[in-house]
Design a protein around this ligand. Structure first.
Ligand code: DX5
Ligand code: ZN
Length: 223
């Protein structure tokens, strides 16, 4: 199991995003998670390709872009050109998901699929072979700082079982309410990529919080 920590800049200071990225990289962040929200698929409006492009200039680690937007096909190219390494689309927002995943791959980017808490795991069945990552939402998307939905734990197990059945080694990312209390059990359930916003950026020392989350994910003792 290859545990990766993906700090979500949604909880960072937007007036100092470059510094936020540098800080968590010092703490050993493996990826930077960027939440793109359109005010339609989710109520919030956040950032677009311009911010991804700006962060690409300063980030040393890959940018993982979580698209919480309607009509994701329209924006695949823009985010790929901006420097996304992974583009994750919601199954609930992609009417022609198969085509969307092909578009992402054709743009030279890894393709992820995200599932809302109410979306059944079976939605993945026909596309399992095409996905490079499955992102399981452990809160309803749209906001940082929400409480982890406990049922997600068994959902992660079910996603892992489905991927294994389909012969896919794609990692599972988990997003929402991941902190020192929840991280270990989602890893035990099969999550490998741990997205965390508030738990990292609202901490007194985000670099230390990144290191601590990784240690806890590995089941190490943290004082
Ligand atoms: C929620 C976003 C998350 C968010 C997680 O819609 O997809 O990435 O930043 O925030 P925390 O870790 O604070 O729950
Ligand atoms: Zn996210």
């Amino acid at each position: 199991m290859n545990i990766r920590i993906a700090p979500s800049i949604l909880a960072a200071d937007f007036a100092a995003l470059g510094e936020a990225v540098a800080t968590v990289e010092r703490g050993g962040a493996d990826l930077i998670h960027i939440d793109v929200m359109d005010g339609h698929f989710v109520p919030t409006i956040s950032v677009g390709p311009l911010v991804v492009r700006a962060l690409k200039r300063v980030a040393k680690v890959p940018l993982s872009v979580h698209l919480m937007i309607e009509h994701p096909d329209r924006y695949v190219e823009a985010f790929a050109e901006a420097g996304a390494a992974i583009l994750t689309v919601h199954v609930e927002a992609a009417v022609h998901l198969h085509r969307t995943l092909e578009l992402i791959h054709r743009a030279g980017v890894l393709a992820g699929v995200a599932l809302n808490p109410a979306t059944p795991v079976t939605m993945l069945e026909e596309v399992a072979a095409l996905v490079d990552q499955v992102l399981v939402m452990s809160v309803n998307p749209g906001f940082g700082g929400q409480a982890f939905i406990p049922r997600t734990e068994s959902k992660v197990r079910a996603v892992r079982a489905l991927l294994d059945r389909e012969g896919s080694r794609a990692p599972i990312a988990i997003d929402g309410g991941i902190d020192r209390d929840t991280v270990r059990r989602v890893v035990e359930a099969g999550a490998e990529i741990l997205v965390a916003g508030v738990a990292i950026f609202h901490a007194h020392d985000p670099a230390a919080a990144t290191r601590e989350l990784r240690a806890l994910a590995r089941g190490e003792q943290v004082t």
